[in-house]
Design a protein around this ligand. Sequence first.
Ligand code: HMG
Ligand code: MG
Length: 302
Amino acid sequence: MKTKVTIVEVGLRDGLQNEKFQLTTEQKVQFAHKLIDAGIERIELGAFVRPDWIPQMAGSKDVIDQVLQATTPKTNKKIQAAALVPNERGMQDALETKIKEIAIFAAASESFSKKNINCTIEESFERFVPVMKLAKKNKIKVRGYLSTCFGCPYEGNVPEKKVVELAKRLYKMGCYEISIGDTIGVASPAQVESLFKKLKKVIPVKKLAGHFHDTRGTALANIYAAYKLGVRVFDTSLGGLGGCPYAPGSAGNVATEDVVYMFDQMKIKTGIDLKKLIKTNTWVSTLMGKELPSRVSKAERN
Ligand code: HMG
Ligand code: MG
């Protein structure tokens, strides 16, 4: 078995988008540097979405400019930074920055698509066409997210067939990696095994990622189930920050510290320094004036 996994840190995007406490641009940039210093190489820095819908992401351009300016020429750190882009307008904004990767995001259930991006699933794929064209022209990598793959906050059950069909569509249209989202944190390891077995038949497993929210405490078990099937890329959020504003009641992503701890104990490399993550957790939670959900940070700090 290959003994390395890749963590995609989404705390600055998925994490902060649902937090009431608003970090300043400077604090977001500091946050990003602390994560990069801890060894994070893949990081989401923001989203080019409507600021009246997601106020937390309003300063994404400045955050991206400042983080990329500081990391690339000076420290020569190799980081793969990304930002969410829902449509052509968002892509135009992204092109004004030095970002080299964007993520488009679709849903596997109609109601969530409507609430989250104000259009049907079909319309969202139409909106992705000009985004993909601009990405190709400007040599920007595109990641594809598929939300509500294990359940929808409005519709409940989501058929596996639909998830597989839409994930395949994102892959075929040129996304280099498809992140399979448990947006509301309802999945179980059995469900993860069943769905990923089907996904692997149509998309190479190296091109799949797991995006688990930890609402019901099953995210680590789900990651392990996906790992056993060959998935090696997982999205996590420092401290377990966040959630999605259009998925009521859902908790943040699984905490980066908890995932790094689990893989460290299994002698599976992440390239990330757990102690530095825990220090970053202390810094963010002090700033926000609240404890973050990560269990490992709580345990190791005491
Ligand atoms: P819309 O209103 O349908 O867009 O929004 P529109 O094309 O009809 O345009 C209406 C107005 O919005 C126009 O302005 C546009 O210029 C403007 P006006 O002419 O009226 O002055 N506009 C924009 N402004 C800034 N940035 C843009 C943009 N597009 C249009 N990109 C849109 C559609 C998708 C933009 C909107 O619904 C939106 O911003 N939604 C927020 C989506 C979001 O960020 N959700 C959270 C992230 S997704 C997530 O968390 C799930 C994930 O983590 C995976 C998982 O957990 O499953 C990824
Ligand atoms: Mg998410």
